[in-house]
Design a protein around this ligand. Structure first.
Ligand code: SAM
Ligand code: SF4
Ligand code: SF4
Length: 380
């Protein structure tokens, strides 16, 4: 890829110009759409899949997607369950792009094939988040580089911008560092984030020792400041550190207003944790605006995409300014490949590239941030 394209990508992750409009008006910035509840895995910490429910039809999904766009939403994040188990996922992506959405998809990556990646790219998918928790599978989570690493090669010349996100809990913490290094060493923006509670405020897995978790978050903050491709913003890393310390963070939750969720039954959800029975087809801009308020479930909230969008809308200069500075620090490493981050453990793991050194596309390419949740909330 040409140097100018690479540099352009470094600055396009927030889709700055388009999203800018949403910082000043009353319309929503982004929607996470559950394209199915079904999943091919069963991560113990997850409450967001249900294999007893049928996939929504393509016709229904198109109707909901049109409505989401009519509300003025700019970005759509396709989530689940596992979006790739929906048999019409390519058509869903294509339709979102036809309507002008910046479009992302979050996947466990298990069903990726070279053909599917090519089809998703041709349909216009801009951003893909692959979730990877460990180097090898465990009884808690099978999402590991053992399965996913060979699949990263499918993206070598792809226009789809890839990033990797892992969940940190006691089970994954001993491997979180290696997950981070493996992603970063291949030039892929990577983050690992604290596990969040379920809607009843229960943690289904042990979260791990607080001091160790805090040290790890601190190290990501430091690396982010040095310009490494830590995928999340410094604001969200600081937020996670405050969560661990039990510190109060001042913010106003914009979920249900600037960002919202639509379930695989077409229901309007304030966020992944706070559900309503209202159908998306009945939602108005006034309904959305009514959610512009502090919420009782804010303290300890782990819906990171909501915190992130809320902080961006509340403090755009601070959040964007830091992100632009962090990305600017990456430019020298693009000019000299030897300055890019490398790690020997990736060489050991890479099944297809003996030098383990090839870089993926890595930026966010003007698309939406994929859905990134963090902690706990309440069911409405
Ligand atoms: C619900 S999954 C759906 C998409 C896809 N199945 C996947 O795993 O990427 C979306 C994201 O939420 C994360 N997630 C699920 N439960 C979580 C929890 N309790 N705490 C933190 N992240 C969680 C997953 O790891 C994944 O990155
Ligand atoms: S986190 Fe994703 S892969 Fe894991 S069970 Fe939940 S929906 Fe499935
Ligand atoms: S759980 Fe978090 S994102 Fe959801 S409504 Fe409550 S504060 Fe907002």
């Amino acid at each position: 890829m040409k140097l100018l394209d690479k540099v352009g990508r470094e600055f396009s992750g927030y889709n700055i110009l388009e999203s800018g409009k949403r910082l000043f008006d009353r319309k929503p910035l982004q929607c996470s759409l559950y394209v199915t509840d079904q999943c091919n895995l069963d991560c113990v910490y997850c409450t967001e899949y249900d294999n007893s429910r049928p996939h929504p039809t393509l016709d229904d999904l198109k109707k909901w997607i049109r409505k989401i766009r009519e509300l003025g939403t700019m970005r759509i994040a396709l989530v689940g369950g596992e979006p790739l188990v929906h048999p019409k996922i390519v058509e869903i992506v294509r339709y979102c792009r036809q309507l002008g959405f910046a479009t992302s998809l979050t996947t466990n990556g298990f069903l990726l094939t070279p053909k599917l990646v090519a089809e998703l790219e041709e349909a216009g998918l801009q951003v893909m988040q692959i979730s990877v928790d460990r180097m090898t599978p465990s009884p808690i989570t099978k999402k590991s580089f053992k399965t996913v690493l060979p699949k990263l090669d499918y993206f070598r010349d792809s226009k789809i911008s890839l990033h990797i996100t892992g969940v940190i809990c006691a089970d994954t913490l001993p491997e979180s560092q290696a997950v981070l290094e493996t992603g970063l060493s291949r030039g892929i923006p990577t983050e690992v984030r604290l596990v969040h509670a379920d809607p009843l405020h229960r943690f289904r897995v042990d979260r791990g020792p607080r001091e160790e978790l805090e040290r790890f978050i601190d190290s990501m903050i430091e690396r982010k400041r040095r310009g490494e491709k830590i995928h999340t913003s410094e604001a969200i890393l600081n937020y996670q550190r405050s969560l661990l310390r039990g510190e109060h963070v001042e913010w106003t939750c914009m979920a249900g207003y600037k960002l919202f969720f639509v379930s695989a039954q077409g229901k309007f959800w304030v966020c992944s944790m706070v559900h309503t029975d209202k159908h998306i087809m009945d939602v108005t801009l006034d309904d959305l605006y009514a959610n512009y308020r502090k919420k009782l479930c804010q303290e300890g909230c782990g819906v990171y995409c909501a915190v992130s969008a809320s902080l961006l809308v509340e403090k755009p200069i601070g959040v964007l300014g830091r992100e632009i500075i962090a990305r600017a620090k990456r430019v020298p490493s693009m000019l000299s490949p030897s300055l890019g981050s490398r790690s020997s453990n990736v060489r050991a793991l890479s099944s297809t590239q003996p030098d383990g050194a090839h870089k993926m596309n890595g930026g966010a390419n003007g698309g939406p941030s994929t859905d990134d949740r963090v902690t706990s909330g309440k069911s409405a």
